[in-house]
Design a binder for this molecule. Structure first.
Ligand code: AGP
Length: 613
């Protein structure tokens, strides 16, 4: 989705904006541009293609100034081209704007503006906004008022950043609904604006997050926050703990590779401070959970998208087995439209790395309207999902840049495990000895994950043998059924190989017909309560000429004897096994995509945070 960066201060805005946009590349884009106020007028460079193209344009025709905005565009209305790339200029050339979101009523507004004699220079929905700001500037309004009036016309969810040569001391930023975040970075005598923190993290860790229906007037000396109705608002400056170096690739070829390897640390941090190993207890204070509340919960809905949804499926097995509370897992895009039966005695738990996924936020809004208790597990501090929740768990992973989620999958698995133990403890469904055992097992996690990573060379051998395949099946069962879904999703999203995750018990009801020598089958068969069922699955696939790559617990010679290749994982307590079983599958997908020479971190058509429906 689109990325936004803005700067106002004493330094040259161009390199700051270009480097900020570079840090947002992971979000996915197809064109890029920037606008700077130079000697009192707006200078613009933009084109289709990657940031290198924009950098070349800037090199050929430099632009310098102390105020500027930039954008990476993910096309929705109008093909990727120079004329459709942001920033967009108003007709008078005195105002320029970048935008994230979709103007749902743009056709109607375009007609209205056409009738006033406005000539459109792009095919985008965005241009109507800047033409509206221009309309109000021409009526002698100031930039803030003109922006406010313009925004009052548009429908949909938006992040908008505007600057004008008439008022060169400021940038106006606004957030309407859930089209991604707008964050203001507070520096020393300089200020930054961005859609996402990594863009400006190298300059400041002091952040102001805009809520929906809020505008920020950003000057080099500070920021004012107002409602869209014009009322001055108080705001909080958050000190973000993220380390700017964690948003760098370092010695790794790709962010995904780095993030896979960061999981020992991210899981150590996930557990740190939340587990009392002496008492055998879990502490998650940000959930605001009391024993009374824990007793009241009759049912839990977990709602999320993609990888986060797979974590939710594991969460269902964990929570039901430990607390005996019924759990339903619902893809957020389904939940939001199916009028689910939710009431005040139910808990809706959203999982989202970005905390800005449009479908997940809409599902949360619905849950709120139905009166449910609303919790979230999120990675991005200050994100909308975190802010609208009654309680939350923050993933301790640091920024995840690769589009394919890895460390932001394993962290919520451990969060859900801890949540289940805490709920079970507070509801009295967990015997003390069992609770102590479950808590003690958490200590094993970082080391077990490290042992999976140590086997990377073996995974590379399997990857080399699979790099030319066109299709692949992943089978799993019980708590590792979602591992099959997640392994298949990782493979398809970065290697473009058609991969299906399937509950192993369903094979005989149809998919078994697909198995032949050209269809490798990855069978997830660690020693967990579903082990024997999975073993017989391998035999069935072999009997039909399939090539079996088994994922098995170290030392399992029975599995090795019936499979073509084996991905080994260390013996892991079964409720934590999805944390280890997914690691070889992440590495497998990574190495296959890398061997195919693909753009691992920015796969085609995908965006890191999906802020449109
Ligand atoms: C993960 O590899 C995917 N790119 C995608 O499925 C992702 O998990 C999904 O879009 C949800 O994102 P979120 O966690 O930011 O809400």
């Amino acid at each position: 989705m689109c990325g936004i960066v803005g700067y106002v201060g004493p330094r040259d805005a161009t390199p700051i904006i270009l480097s900020g946009l570079k840090r947002l590349e992971y979000r996915g884009y197809d064109s890029a541009g920037l606008a700077v106020l130079e000697n009192g007028h707006i200078e613009l460079r933009r084109d289709a293609g990657k940031l290198e193209r924009l950098a070349t344009l800037v090199e050929q025709s430099p632009l310098h100034g102390h105020v500027g905005i930039g954008h990476t565009r993910w096309a929705t209305h109008g093909e990727p081209s120079a004329r459709n790339a942001h920033p967009h200029l108003g007709g008078t050339g005195e105002v320029v704007l970048v935008h994230n979101g979709i103007v749902e009523n743009f056709l109607e507004l375009r007609e209205e503006l056409n009738a006033e004699g406005v000539e459109f220079r792009s095919d985008t929905d965005t241009e109507v906004i800047v033409q509206l700001v221009d309309r109000y500037l021409s009526m002698e309004m100031g930039l803030v008022e003109a922006s406010r009036r313009a925004l009052s016309h548009i429908k949909g969810a938006h992040g908008v950043v505007i600057l004008s040569s008439r008022e060169p001391d400021k940038i106006v930023a606004a957030r309407i609904g859930n089209a991604g975040g707008v964050v203001v970075g507070v520096g020393e005598g300089e200020m930054f604006v961005a859609s996402d923190m990594p863009a400006i993290l190298e300059h400041t860790r002091k952040m102001v997050f805009l809520e929906s229906q809020q505008m920020a007037v950003v000057r080099r000396t500070g920021v004012e926050v107002q409602s869209l109705a014009g009322e001055q608002l108080d705001y909080e400056i958050h000190n973000v703990a993220w380390d700017p170096v964690s948003a760098e690739k370092g010695e790794y070829r790709h962010f995904m590779e780095k993030e896979i390897h960061e999981q020992v640390r991210s899981l150590t941090d996930t557990i740190a401070g939340r587990v009392d190993f002496d008492e055998g207890r879990i502490r998650l204070p940000q959930l605001n959970l009391t024993p009374e509340l824990a007793q009241r919960i009759r049912k839990i809905f977990i709602t999320a998208c993609g990888t986060a949804g797979h974590a939710g499926m594991v969460g269902k097995v964990l929570i039901e087995s430990i607390t005996r509370i019924p759990v339903e897992v619902d893809i957020a895009s389904e939940f939001r439209y199916r009028d689910p039966i939710v009431d005040e005695d139910m808990l809706v738990l959203a999982i989202s790395q970005s905390g800005e996924t449009a479908d997940t936020l809409a599902a949360m809004d619905l849950a709120r309207r139905k009166g449910a208790l609303l919790w979230s597990i999120v990675n991005v501090i200050g994100s909308q999902a975190m802010r609208i929740s009654d309680g939350y768990i923050s993933m301790q992973t640091g920024p995840e840049i690769g589009v394919a989620s890895t460390k932001a999958y394993t962290a919520p698995l451990v969060d859900l495990y801890m949540l289940a133990v805490l709920l079970g403890d507070m509801r009295g469904t967990l015997e003390a000895a069992e609770r102590r055992r479950l808590v003690a097992d958490l200590r094993l996690v970082p080391d077990l994950v490290g042992r999976c990573l140590d086997r990377e060379a073996e995974v590379e051998v399997v990857a080399a043998s699979m790099k030319e395949v066109s299709h692949c099946l992943y089978l799993g069962r019980g708590i590792n059924m979602p591992t099959a879904y997640e392994g298949a999703l990782k493979l398809k999203e970065i290697s473009y190989i058609h991969a299906e995750g399937y509950p192993a018990g369903e094979m005989k009801h149809g998919p078994i017909a697909l198995i032949d020598q050209d269809m490798p089958v990855v069978v997830i068969a660690p020693r967990d309560p579903w082990y024997e069922k999975m073993f017989s699955q391998i035999e069935q696939a072999k009997a039909r000429g399939g090539k079996v790559i088994a994922l098995a617990s170290e030392g399992d010679q029975l599995i090795a004897g019936v499979s073509d290749q084996v991905l080994w994982v260390p013996e892991t307590p079964w409720r934590l096994s999805p944390v280890t079983t997914v690691i070889p599958l992440q590495m497998l997908a990574y190495h296959i995509a890398a061997l195919r020479g693909l753009d691992v971190d920015q796969p085609r058509n995908l965006a890191k945070s999906v802020t449109v429906e």
